[in-house]
Design a protein around this ligand. Structure first.
Ligand code: IFM
Length: 441
């Protein structure tokens, strides 16, 4: 059963600046780490560059019209730090501010609540040149950015999402080097992880101090894991997987500390702690955003350093990203986080699927995406009926966009984007979501 709008449920869609805006060097914007990373050979699988994006910077009015057509009551998007403060520090760029003011005003006029992500992976390159997330000073850079943004835009914003998926940008960007800025090594990761948590809480406190109305949350990437066998070794492997994939950026924030029992390697981060850091990384968020796409089967593996587990491929349907489709995962995650007394409210801040989409006679028959969304929403509703405080659901994504290291070839959108003409076409899933929101499905 769809959730009736009268239940005050948010039906939204989500995007991020670096993935859709384009206009990379226009009106004062300067390079983010993704602009620099994507220029390096072999980093983006389809050899594309994020700079053209979907040209949302120029076509934003069309995109707001599409939001209105869909009937969503919330839109999650991110601010580009490099557009607002091109060198990362200093004065706000008036043209950048004006762009977001116009967008926010249009959303308000159409009764669409903005959920504004402050940081969705696009650090200004000049800050990366100073060490980026591995430099402890990022805490004050980020607070300064948050403070200025909120002064300029806060009156139009209902809710902030402070960070998007800190595990992904610290692990892929600073440990494995497969995302920007392409750095590697455990020490880099541990520093980036700790500084991201510090910056997150300090920025949230800075906003709270000057803006009492706004609601504050943050979004984490989550993957529900299941044991290969019901045996001690696999169950312990699963606990390590869960500590890394789901708890690492939650437990320290709610005052439970880093999950060092499961992952002793995290103790190595202590050398980067200053007194009171464990208190400083705590913040009592109004809501938590859960981004959930897939699940994993986990098996003990002694030879994998630090985590001692590996993932086993299951015979399940998969998306174009090769992610297994198992809707039960989103339900289990909701039950898991719903049982944290420190978590007051949950949003599914991302859920969606990439499939190969083809335009046939002006239409895109993406029935696999419709099924995916339907099945996941049903699980969200089940959890909600069982008392989990889940208050909203955001489809990733409003439109096809730059899927990071995959480039533009992975299409997650409800709207198909023709990258030659930048034309947006509603896929069948967009029509379906629209009907669902109207209560007709
Ligand atoms: O496109 C990304 C988004 O930027 C963060 N969460 C996962 C999505 C799909 O990979």
């Amino acid at each position: 059963m769809p959730i009736a709008p009268k239940d005050n449920f948010l039906y939204g869609v989500a995007t991020s600046a670096a993935q859709i805006e384009g206009a990379a060097w226009e009106d004062g914007r300067l390079d983010s780490i993704w602009d620099v990373f994507a220029r390096k050979k072999g980093k983006i699988k389809d050899r594309s560059h994020p700079s053209p994006g979907c040209d949302h910077y120029h076509l934003w009015q069309k995109d707001v019209e599409n939001l209105v057509w869909l009937g969503v009551n919330a839109y999650r998007f991110s601010l580009s730090w490099s557009r607002l403060i091109p060198l990362g520090r200093g004065e706000l760029n008036p043209k950048g501010v004006s762009f977001y003011q116009r967008l926010l005003a249009a959303l308000r006029k159409n009764d669409i609540r903005p959920y504004v992500t402050l940081y969705h992976w696009d650090l200004p390159q000049s800050l990366e040149d100073k060490g980026g997330w591995t430099n402890r000073d990022i805490t004050s850079w980020f607070v300064e950015y948050a403070h200025k943004v909120d002064k300029a835009l806060g009156e139009f914003i209902d809710s902030y999402i402070i960070l998007n998926e800190p595990l992904v940008f610290t692990a892929l960007g600073y440990l494995l080097g497969i995302h920007a800025p392409g750095r590697r090594g455990l020490a880099n990761f541990l520093k980036a992880m700790h500084h991201a948590l510090l910056a997150q809480a300090e920025a949230a406190r800075a906003i709270r101090a000057q803006n009492k109305q706004v609601r504050l949350g943050t979004s984490i990437s989550c993957v529900m894991g299941y044991p290969y066998r019901q045996q001690e070794k696999d169950l312990r492997a699963l606990a390590r997987f869960d500590a890394l994939m789901n708890r690492l950026f939650v437990d320290p924030v709610v005052g439970r500390g880093y999950p060092t029992q499961e992952l002793p390697v995290l103790k190595k981060a202590e050398r980067y702690f200053a007194p009171q850091d464990l208190e400083k990384i705590c913040f009592d968020f109004d809501f938590w955003g859960i981004n959930s796409y897939t699940t994993k089967l986990v098996k003990y593996a002694w030879y994998v350093p630090y985590v001692h587990y590996r993932e086993i491929r299951r015979d399940l349907p998969r998306t174009e990203m090769d992610w297994e489709i198992e809707p039960q995962g989103i339900y289990d995650l909701l039950k898991k986080f719903g049982s944290y007394p420190e978590i007051k409210e949950i949003l599914i801040s991302e859920n969606g699927a990439a499939f190969y989409d083809e335009v046939i006679g002006g239409k895109i028959y993406d029935f696999r995406r419709i099924n995916y969304l339907k099945q996941h929403l049903a699980m969200v509703e089940k959890a909600r009926q069982e008392g989990v405080p889940v208050r909203g659901y955001f489809v990733w994504s409003l439109m096809d966009n730059f899927e990071w290291a995959e480039g533009f070839r992975m299409r997650f959108g409800l709207f198909y984007v023709n990258y030659e003409t930048k034309e947006r076409l509603p896929k069948e899933s967009a029509w379906w979501y629209r009907e669902l929101i109207r209560g007709n499905t």
